[in-house]
Design a protein around this ligand. Structure first.
Ligand SMILES: Cc1cc2nc3c(=O)[nH]c(=O)nc-3n(C[C@H](O)[C@H](O)[C@H](O)COP(=O)(O)O)c2cc1C
Length: 312
């Protein structure tokens, strides 16, 4: 299945949310074709034939953009006006997009509660995106429920922290990953590999405990070099010491990963290179081998039952 992302942001360099979402998703899905239309067409002169050709070869089109005045950035509106042309997207011969998946992925600045009848934005994102829903229907496309996260504005020192916006962006990536995995019929092996990437990205930023704990059960055995810890409480106890010792923005690089099925569970063998800095300004470089025992539950979430980390 071929997926194209139409990325529309007039200043991607200054972006936190859209930049992170597009980068993370491209790491997870190697064949994802990202078209940064502002970079391609800074003069707003869209190459309609080139854009239509890309769409013809795609099965799923993700529209990735920041919510601007309850709508999309101007370049994306122009893109729709020109690319979704007569006898291409609609009209007597306009069935060229028929059956293709249409996925909105929007970063929304305002908080969740503002997008409710009594909130200051009054309407929901689903209501604001109705014209796009109908655009998909007219083009005979398969409109998927919009994916979005609220509270995505980062104004240094004034509104939100960069880390919070990045965590929300990662949540949006996870939602997109779930949809794309479903559409692509991702194998459990691939699903676990994507999970491992996400897991270590969360260690890199030293994310909140709850990210890790939702993948750990109350009886998970965690064999760390520091000792044996059990379940969610054990994890939080170990992790609070780690967070006191090393600074965020460290790097866990997966050097190899091997997944094998074993009686309904999956054994995962990893080689990981860790680079970090302590609060004493010592740099740490470690090679570790990890062995995980994982379950993919009926509701498609991942639970770790055993987690063994050994320094090599
Ligand atoms: C011109 C402009 C208009 C915006 N309009 C809205 C809006 O209508 N509703 C909203 O919730 N946020 C609005 N925002 C906030 C953006 O949605 C938010 O900054 C963006 O999603 C963050 O993504 P980024 O880090 O990739 O730039 C607006 C921002 C700009 C610059």
């Amino acid at each position: 299945m071929k997926t194209v992302m139409i990325l529309a942001h007039p200043n991607l360099e200054g972006s936190v949310a859209n930049k992170r979402i597009s980068e993370q998703l491209s790491q997870k899905f190697e064949n994802l074709d990202i078209r940064n239309i502002f970079e391609l067409y800074p003069d707003y002169k869209i190459n309609v034939a080139a854009e239509q050709e890309v769409l013809l070869n795609a099965d799923t089109i993700i529209f990735q953009y920041p919510f601007y005045w309850y709508n999309m950035p101007a370049i994306l509106k122009l893109w729709f006006d020109e690319v979704f042309a007569y006898n291409f997207a609609y009209g007597s011969e306009g069935d060229k997009l028929k059956g293709k998946n249409f996925q909105l992925s929007i970063t929304v600045g305002g908080p969740n509660e503002s997008y409710t009848p009594l909130g200051y934005n009054h309407f929901t994102i689903e209501q604001f995106t109705k014209p796009l829903e109908q655009t998909a229907y007219l083009a005979q496309m398969n409109f998927l429920p919009p994916i979005y996260e609220h509270g995505m504005v980062y104004i240094p020192g004034v509104y939100n922290s960069k880390e919070i916006v990045e965590q929300r962006a990662d949540k949006q990536v996870q939602k997109l990953t779930n949809v794309l995995s479903g559409l692509q019929n991702v194998t459990p092996e691939k699903r676990i590999k994507n999970f491992a990437i996400e897991w270590f990205q969360n260690f890199d930023i030293l994310a909140e405990d709850n990210y890790f704990n939702k993948h750990i059960t109350s009886s998970t055995k965690l064999h760390f070099p520091e000792g044996l810890f059990i379940g969610n409480e054990g994890f939080s106890e170990w992790y609070s010491e780690i967070k006191k010792t090393i600074k965020p923005n460290n790097e866990h690089r997966i050097e190899s990963i091997h997944v094998s099925e074993n009686n309904g569970h999956f054994d995962v063998d990893l080689a990981v290179k860790l680079k970090a800095e302590t609060y004493q300004n010592e740099s740490i470089q470690l090679n570790v081998k990890e062995n995980w025992k994982i379950e993919i539950t009926a509701d498609d979430s991942i639970k770790i039952h055993e987690y063994l980390v050994k320094e090599v």
